[in-house]
Design a protein. Structure first.
Length: 351
């Protein structure tokens, strides 16, 4: 395996994927940090990975190495920004692009109170022209693509009006790619957690958007439970219109083994799927490199807990990566023991 400058471990770069949005892993606060993304890359070489949302102010004034640093293994990787000040977002986009991100995405979908108080996230669905102004400024500041992740509406908005108004305003500002969470966000009366499940999904509206705006790249997000479901969403509808991509969120995080089939099932790559044991072997050098830098093991293994979901020994695997990984000095031997526990449990079942 090659090593980048400053000892940063990278996998061999994948062939350039012409449509990385065809399958992506959603930006998820507290989850899709750099260690999570490096782990997911051990399962799929082609899926587009997203950072957690970072506010423009944090990018400009904060610790950029901590907030934005990433390993070369993660490409293709997108930075998601939060904010509503065009000049600040342009500066933050410029910083992100200079650090090597392949795409800059604006969050127009998060429903949390903290986000609303800062006038960004889902509440911006009410201000399509402001979003378009921000996107125009970001697009002028960088050469990488700038994209939007949005809801279909908020509160009492009519989704058929709100979604198309936002998309059309941003498209006029030069945006070509939209990731649409196919639910409204109820900013009054529902918690952020409830907003992930309670508002009904309207996949038909997202398909209608693609059908009526065929020149745009439209990616479906929200409630997709499996790789099989993602593949089904990518199939053309009865009118022959196909979505350009699907974004997986919690399903990919809680059962990451499903990502091992993405390159074959979605991107048409040759060769077998990546099984969980192969993924750990691929990820092991990254873990070793970060441990040598002083990163605690549990900061990385917390993203791996669901890898063996459904297999014999999965409970022991999770326990070892949870309890043993937090001990001072915990190293790769903990990961090896966890993997061995699954292998041994499978051997006993097969005997």
């Amino acid at each position: 395996m090659p090593v980048a400058p400053a000892g940063v471990f990278v996998y061999p770069p994948p062939p350039m994927t012409p449509a990385p949005h065809r399958l992506s892993v959603a930006p998820m606060m507290d989850w899709t940090d750099r260690h999570c993304r490096a782990f997911h890359r051990a399962l799929t070489r082609h899926a587009l990975l997203y950072s957690e949302m970072v506010t423009a102010e944090a990018v400009i004034h904060g610790d950029r190495t901590r907030l934005l640093g990433f390993d070369g293994v993660e490409h293709p990787v997108a930075l998601q920004l939060g904010g509503s000040d065009a000049d600040r977002l342009a500066e933050a986009a410029r910083i992100g692009a200079a650090m090597g991100y392949d795409e800059i995405n604006l969050n127009v979908g998060c429903p949390s109170d903290r986000v609303q108080s800062g006038r960004f996230g889902a509440c911006l669905m009410r201000e399509p022209h402001l979003v378009a102004e921000c996107m125009a400024a970001m697009g002028a500041a960088v050469e990488v693509p700038v994209t939007v992740k949005c809801r279909i509406g908020v509160d009492d908005q009519e989704p058929e009006i709100a979604l198309f108004a936002l998309v059309d305003a941003c498209a006029a500002a030069g945006v070509a790619t939209f990731v649409v969470h196919a639910r409204k966000a109820w900013l009054e009366g529902l918690s952020p957690k409830q907003n992930r499940d309670v508002p009904p999904l309207d996949y038909a509206l997202v398909r209608r958007l693609k059908r009526e705006r065929p020149h745009l790249t439209v990616v479906l997000n929200g409630g997709v439970p499996s790789l099989e479901a993602a593949v089904a969403h990518l199939a053309p509808d009865e009118q022959g219109v196909a979505l350009d991509g699907v974004m997986l969120g919690r399903a990919a995080y809680h059962e990451p083994a499903l990502l091992g089939g993405v390159d074959r099932a979605v991107f048409g790559a040759a060769g077998p799927d990546v099984d969980p044991f192969d993924a750990v072997a691929r990820h092991r050098p990254y873990l070793a490199a970060r441990l040598a830098e002083g990163v605690p093991l549990h900061a990385m293994t917390r993203h791996m807990l669901g890898l063996m979901h459904g297999r014999p020994g999965a409970r022991t695997f999770r326990r070892l990566l949870t309890v043993e990984a937090i001990r001072p000095g915990a190293g790769l031997e903990v990961v090896d023991r966890a993997v061995d526990a699954v292998r041994e449990a499978e051997a006993r079942r097969a005997a």
